[in-house]
Design a binder for this molecule. Structure first.
Ligand code: ZN
Length: 291
């Protein structure tokens, strides 16, 4: 288990809770320790009547480079006190191990956060990759820096995208296919044009712009905000978001198990380092071609 302290920071400023992922040395990749700490912080913000709006941020150069698939603090095999009525995964065999874990920490946690009864804003700089996407997507609004980029390279592992499959609700289906088939970086500007991001600003203006929006929202009545959020989230679910995600999650785990049978590795042979190298090479190639 990791001995890192304070993997999530919490502060409240003028009715806004700012929750910050804090593993900057590892580009804020999420281990379970961080996921549970995020859940604690969100619970605290929801429970505090002084807090009207919640901002989710990442400390350092990048918002989040995804799930932890290779740091010394990787803790997939650890047992945690669960937030849903899922049994412990850590002593389960075969496909049940990852299925139970990801029901709890990925699909379950992300859905829980998406539906929390206060407005949330993701404040995104640099990399927002794979598991990072899930955290930005569960927020109601996204403010991104002009150097932010979005990417889901998980198809490289033979897996149909990250566990929280919101892709075709975040972008038009044909673009979602491009995003997944190529696994390439999408710029903040393109994400803005597609309606995935609400504002694109410089790094210097990121916090100020986000806080301005949060302050503006904080003037609105709490219940009115909650009801509005619930209606729009339900509208998305009526468009099939929830059932699509359930179906994708099943295939996601078929792919994990298939990988295990074929290659002995649930992630198709990719650890954090190999994936980072593949992504970097792909980005450099695209840059050379001027894409
Ligand atoms: Zn998975």
């Amino acid at each position: 288990m990791s001995d890192e302290q304070d993997v999530v920071l919490y502060e409240v400023k003028d009715a806004v809770a700012i929750i910050t992922m804090h593993r900057p040395r590892y580009n804020n990749v999420q281990n379970s320790k961080m996921t549970y700490a995020l859940d604690d912080a969100l619970y605290r913000a929801v429970d505090d009547d002084e807090v009207k709006v919640i901002v989710l941020a990442g400390h350092g150069k990048h918002f989040s480079a995804g799930h932890d698939i290779g740091t010394p603090g990787r803790d997939v095999d650890q047992r945690f006190e669960r937030r849903h009525l899922w049994y412990d995964h850590s002593n389960k065999p075969g496909g049940e191990f990852l299925y139970a874990r990801e029901q709890e920490v990925y699909l379950g946690m992300c859905r829980r956060w998406r539906d929390i009864p206060k407005p949330t804003i993701a404040m995104v700089q640099g990399a927002c990759v794979a598991g990072g996407l899930m955290l930005a997507w569960v927020c109601d609004l996204i403010v991104a820096t002009d150097d932010a980029f979005f990417q889901d390279p998980v198809v490289k592992m033979g897996i149909p995208g990250v566990e929280y499959f919101a892709h075709c609700y975040e972008m038009p289906p044909r673009i979602a296919k491009e995003f997944l088939f190529l696994g390439a970086r999408m710029s903040a500007q393109r994400a803005y044009e597609l309606g995935m991001v609400n504002r694109v600003v410089t790094r210097d203006a990121l916090r100020e712009t986000t806080m301005e929006m949060a302050q503006h929202i904080a003037q609105m009545p709490r219940l009115g905000l909650q009801l509005t959020k619930q209606v729009i989230n339900t509208a998305e679910d009526n468009m099939g978001k929830r059932s699509t995600m359930d179906m994708a999650f099943g295939y996601h785990h078929f792919a994990h198990v298939h990988n295990e049978i074929v290659s002995g590795d649930k992630l198709g042979g990719y650890d954090g380092k190999a994936m980072a190298q593949a992504n970097k090479a792909q980005a450099e190639q695209a840059k050379k071609k001027g894409q």
